[in-house]
Ligand binder design. Structure first.
Ligand SMILES: [Zn+2]
Length: 51
């Protein structure tokens, strides 16, 4: 699986692909970027998985 630039990652709850448009907030945590996004499918606020 490869991610394109428009994709944040995958929902850890339902596995749906999450587009950049659904990014809620992006911040640094311990020197690493962390993101919250709303899953367009299950409507949960999740950390998109990039794996
Ligand atoms: Zn989901």
């Amino acid at each position: 699986m490869s991610l394109n630039a428009k994709t944040l990652g995958y929902c850890p709850e339902c596995g749906n692909e999450i587009a950049r448009d659904f990014l809620l907030i992006e911040y640094e945590s311990g020197g690493r970027p962390a993101r919250f996004a709303e899953c367009p499918d299950c409507r949960n606020v999740v950390h998109p998985s990039t794996e």
